[in-house]
Design a protein around this ligand. Sequence first.
Ligand code: ADP
Length: 339
Amino acid sequence: DALIELRGVGKTFTRGKSTVTALRDIDLDVPQGRVSAVIGYSGAGKSTLVRLINGLERPTEGSVVVDGKDLTSLSAKEIREVRSRIGMIFQQFNLFSSRTVFGNIAYPLQLAGWSKERQKARVAELLSFVGLTDKAWAYPEELSGGQKQRIGIARALATSPPILLADEATSALDPDTTQDVLRLLRRVNEELGVTIVVITHEMDVVRSLADHVAVLDGGVLVEHGPVRDVIAAPSHATTRRFLDATLRTRPGDGELEQLRSAYDAEVVTVTVDDRHTIGGRLSDLVRRHDVTFELVHGGYTAVKDDALGTFTVLLQGDPDAVRRAAADLRGTLVDGDVA
Ligand code: ADP
């Protein structure tokens, strides 16, 4: 079941005589209980997408359904109600600098009219969950970036919303802190069952956190699917650019052709899962077909709880043997693409 559904969503901004199309014909389902990521470069339309999902903007075309309610047909008051079902975290944390950690986390509870007693109990629970019980009376300026984002997460979850929308939530953090925050977000998903939508320009965030990914480019959703499948066999050049920049496990566009002509060899890209090692497969191949091989690119990469290997293999030898070996290797592909 989808908690958020976008159907034929378009968004155009008009300023005087000029119009900018930020999003074009977007269809997207965010399944309940999972982590979905939207990845795109700057200007791809990510912020606009966030603002449509949390009801800050209305689409020019199509519908945005959150938690069963079509935002396009709701009054401002009803939209605020739906918005209260979406926790938000931000790149710059957006904590109130004049309030303590306690005051920040209690703020949404205060707005919702909770008693002082219940606020105290809930904040204590949340501080324990994010591991910052000892910081209750600190002010944001006394906290590190990672701690600030933990508080941001605690505040976003205060009223137990079923959806957490993370807008570039780790972009201001260093790599180690990013991993800490991503681990915390995984616990939010796995232990609390919160559906998470991550908006990011970092493939590493997608890899370590998301179940599904959608790739946004120039306002168009160019590719989407399970993270494993998209990493194993990206179908769009933009996805390959993201993967090349972070994984370095696959050859870039045109590189395979170069390899083929430079080495006069058969070039094969294989994707293997964690249950089989590429080494075993290749030595098998050498035994059976009398070819030599060279691993050109490749490596294993963690994908959530799993590992995925992507390798480019150069095969050399008698042309017929090479063709047979390549066919054989292709026969053992897992979710793979063959160039
Ligand atoms: P991203 O978050 O991926 O960087 P945005 O959603 O901010 O992308 O922007 C997508 C496109 O829409 C850009 O060309 C941007 O200039 C344009 N845009 C976004 N918001 C507005 C606005 N309020 N008025 C005019 N153009 C806008």
